[in-house]
Design a protein around this ligand. Structure first.
Ligand SMILES: Cc1ncc(COP(=O)(O)O)c(C=O)c1O
Length: 404
């Protein structure tokens, strides 16, 4: 069966629930046992059953079954946010004196967790060039327990050679953890490319409506799953069943939403690439993108999120563009129905960025394409008007006057 068909049916069984299409929401802290003996054996239910709310209710398992099916994972757990999915996927594999390799282009809080909490607990991080591929092997130490990748990179969208990285990591016994939030398992089959543990922010596309926070950790084997599940339990993290229900509902429309996001984002990206105010569009599905060949080899599609390097470095002109937008709202996150824009601020230590101009990031929502382009077109008119009012000293920031 095709993946989009499976998404419609995964994690539900109407026959069990009086023919009702969606599964009910089971809310629980206490779970009752008929006898003292069964209560005393409840520890055996940790991975497969219900013993206390923190371990999940049938609603949690409906969702995690569907998520594992979506990812092609052995099993999955959900966590309280995408960020907690990252930290909780790392912690169980690391101890004092260990080392991990993390792509220099990861989501900024992932970096902060490595240089903050992990460093305080005696775990050392080396950030590697996202273009390293097999060369990550040269950075590995006997103490390297994890190689963490995210592709394309946060804000700057570099595509990583995940299969080569995974081969190098596995050759030295490290676990490969991958943040698949951008592509979702519909567009990047992480486990087919050597990943051991996949994390996603369900907050984005899986939820799809900018109204919840949730993370997913999916594991390739039962052993990896149990390590992760034990770690999540030890940190006391859990997700309310109402949110599990909401994400299950989001999954039903994920494939159609992703297709719309992908098509519209590509159109907007191509339109932007032709604008004289734009020096470069950072989107791996564009043939001129440096990561395009790798993206084409490994990905099945793209998503709504990409970067735009504006030629101007004038904050006033960029603010004129952004502040007056009607449809693109200024705010963090992506994956919801509404288009978003923000000024990007990537931190890079391996290869610091020196590109002139201003980097912004766009999320293309589900609005009509023509309306989005008209909104951006008016934004560029404001940007050019602001530039023309700037003193001559700022002349180097000026862009060519756009054609109609
Ligand atoms: C790539 C990536 N991973 C993880 C996260 C964290 O997700 P959440 O916002 O649910 O904590 C984000 C959030 O922007 C992200 O962009």
């Amino acid at each position: 069966m095709k993946r989009e068909t499976r998404l419609v049916h995964a994690g539900r069984d109407p026959e069990k629930h009086s023919g009702i299409v969606n599964p009910p929401v089971y809310r629980a802290s206490t779970v009752l046992f008929p006898t003292m003996e069964e209560f005393q054996r409840r520890g055996e239910l940790k991975y497969t059953g219900f013993s206390y709310g923190i371990q999940g209710t049938p609603t949690t398992f409906d969702l995690t079954d569907a998520l594992a099916e979506l990812s092609g994972a052995h099993r999955a757990v959900v966590t309280s946010s995408g960020y907690s999915a990252i930290t909780l996927a790392l912690m169980p594999f690391l101890g004092q004196g260990d080392h991990l390799l993390v792509a220099d282009t990861v989501y900024a809080p992932t970096r902060a967790f490595c240089t903050g909490t992990l460093a305080r607990f005696g775990v050392e991080t080396t950030f590697y060039d996202p273009h390293a591929g097999a060369a990550v092997g040269e950075l590995m130490r006997p103490t390297t327990k994890i190689v963490f990748a995210e592709s394309p990179g946060s804000q700057t969208f570099e595509v990583q050679d995940v299969p080569a990285i995974a081969r190098a990591a596995h050759a030295r016994g490290a676990v490969v953890v991958f943040d698949n939030t951008w592509a979702t398992p519909l567009n990047f089959r992480a486990f087919d490319h050597g990943v051991d543990v996949e994390v996603q922010a369900a907050t984005k596309y899986l939820g799809g409506h900018s109204d919840l926070m949730m993370g997913v950790i999916a594991a390739r084997t039962e052993e990896l799953f149990r390590t992760v599940k034990d770690g999540v339990s030890e940190f006391g993290d859990c997700v309310a069943p109402d949110l599990c229900y909401t994400v299950l509902r989001g999954l039903r429309t994920l494939a159609v939403r992703m297709r719309h996001h992908e098509r519209s984002a590509l159109e907007v990206a191509q339109w932007l690439a032709r604008r004289p105010e734009v020096s470069r569009v950072l989107h791996p599905a564009l043939p001129e993108d440096p990561g395009h060949a790798l993206w084409q080899r490994d990905f099945l599609g793209s998503s709504s999120l990409f970067g735009v390097q504006l030629a101007t470095g004038s904050p006033r002109a960029v603010a004129a563009l952004m502040d007056g937008l009607q449809l693109f709202k200024i705010g963090a996150s992506f994956g919801g129905f509404e288009s978003l824009i923000l000024p990007a601020t990537p931190t890079r230590v391996v290869r610091p960025r020196s590109e002139p101009g201003t980097l912004i990031r766009l999320h293309i929502g589900l609005e009509a394409l023509e309306d989005l382009i008209a909104d951006l077109d008016a934004g560029f008119a404001r940007l050019n008007a602001a530039l023309s009012e700037e003193p001559a000293a700022a002349g180097s920031n000026r862009t060519a006057t756009p054609s109609a």
